[in-house]
Design a protein around this ligand. Structure first.
Ligand SMILES: [Zn+2]
Length: 297
C-alpha cells in the first residue's frame, strides 16, 4: 500500500483567495491531484495581526519569513489603515472553481484574525454566530452545507469544539498531531473526528536549521514517514510567491511513490483512538496552539 499525503490548504486573506487559490488550482490540474480547501469566508482583517507583534516570537517570524513581501503591504493594512474587505462574497469564483475541479471545500472561519486572537475570551454565542455566518455564506454560494471546518491558527477551546459539534461536520482539522483521533478536551468527549496536520508549516520551518527554498521539499518528504500524512499549506504562501515549492513538492512526492488523497480519507483509517486536545508549543510558531496527546487508555 502506498503512503498517503493529504494536502490541507488554509485560505486566510483576500489576496490568497483571489490570486493564490487559482494559482494552486492550476498546479493541481497539471499534476491531476485533489486537495482540501479551508476558506476564510468573511472580512480580511490581516492588518490587525500586527497586534501580535507584541507577542513573543512574532517579530522574528515575520522577519524570517519575509511576511511583508509574501503577503503584500496592502493585505497587512486591512482592518487598520484600510477597511477590511470581504473575501468570498464579492468574488465566489475561486470557491466555485475549486469545487468544480473536484477538490473538497469547507470553512476555515468567518474572520481569521478575530478567532485567532480572541478565541479564549469569546462566549459560546459569539463563536456560534461567527461559524454560522461562515457556513451560511458557504451554503448560499455553493448550494451545499460545508462538510468540514478547521480552526484559524489551530486555536481551540472546549466551547469551540462544542459549537463545531452542533454543525455536524464529517470531520474537523483544528489540531496539530500525528493521526486522526476522537477529541477529548476538559474531560469532555467531542464529535466529529479530528484529522490533524502532521507536518510543520512553511512559516514554522523556513529559515530555521538551514531549511531554505531549495531544501524545504526534501525536509517535508523526509518527515512524511508514516502511512498517513497531512501537509498544511497556505494560499498566501504556497499559492503566491512560493508556488514553485508546491509544484516541486507534488513532483517529488509522486516520484517517491506517495499517493495524494483528500483529507476525509482519514476517516477510513483503522483503529482510530481517543486523544486529548491540549495547548502547547511548536518550534517556529508564536504562542500556543492545539496539540494531540498520546492515545488515552
Ligand atoms: Zn489560517
Amino acid at each position: 500500500m502506498s503512503k498517503k499525503i493529504a494536502i490541507k490548504i488554509d485560505v486566510d486573506t483576500k489576496r490568497g483567495y483571489a490570486e493564490g487559490v487559482p494559482n494552486m488550482l492550476d498546479i493541481f490540474h497539471k499534476h491531476d491531484v485533489q486537495a482540501s480547501f479551508f476558506f476564510s469566508m468573511g472580512p480580511d482583517n490581516s492588518g490587525k495581526a500586527i497586534r501580535r507583534i507584541f507577542r513573543k516570537g512574532f517579530l522574528s517570524k515575520m522577519l524570517r519569513t519575509k511576511a511583508p513581501s509574501t503577503y503584500g503591504l496592502k493585505t497587512m493594512m486591512y482592518g487598520t489603515l484600510l477597511p477590511p474587505p470581504q473575501i468570498v462574497k464579492p468574488n465566489p469564483a475561486p470557491l466555485l472553481r475549486s469545487l468544480q475541479e473536484g477538490h473538497a471545500c469547507g470553512v476555515h472561519c468567518w474572520d481569521h484574525v478575530y478567532w485567532q486572537d480572541k478565541l479564549p475570551h469569546l462566549t459560546e454565542e459569539k463563536i456560534r454566530e461567527h461559524l454560522t455566518l461562515a457556513c451560511e455564506l458557504f451554503t448560499e454560494i455553493t448550494g451545499d452545507k460545508p462538510r468540514f471546518c478547521g480552526a484559524p491558527g489551530w486555536q481551540v477551546t472546549a466551547d469551540s469544539l462544542k459549537v463545531q459539534q452542533e454543525f455536524e461536520f464529517d470531520f474537523c482539522s483544528d489540531v496539530r498531531g500525528y493521526e486522526p483521533f476522537y477529541p477529548v478536551m476538559e474531560k469532555q468527549n467531542f464529535m466529529p473526528l479530528q484529522i490533524p496536520g502532521t507536518l510543520l508549516t512553511m512559516d514554522e520551518v523556513l529559515g530555521a536549521n538551514g531549511i531554505n527554498d531549495d531544501t524545504i521539499v526534501d525536509y517535508w518528504l523526509k518527515n512524511c514517514d508514516k502511512q498517513w500524512n497531512v501537509w498544511t499549506i497556505h494560499a498566501e504562501m504556497e499559492g503566491l510567491s512560493k508556488l514553485f515549492i508546491l509544484d516541486e513538492f507534488i513532483t517529488k512526492a509522486k516520484q517517491q511513490g506517495f499517493e495524494f488523497v483528500l483529507l476525509k480519507e482519514g476517516k477510513n483509517l483503522p483503529d482510530i483512538k481517543k486523544c486529548r486536545v491540549y495547548q502547547g508549543f511548536l518550534p517556529g510558531r508564536a504562542g500556543t496552539l492545539a496539540l494531540q496527546s498520546d492515545p488515552l487508555n
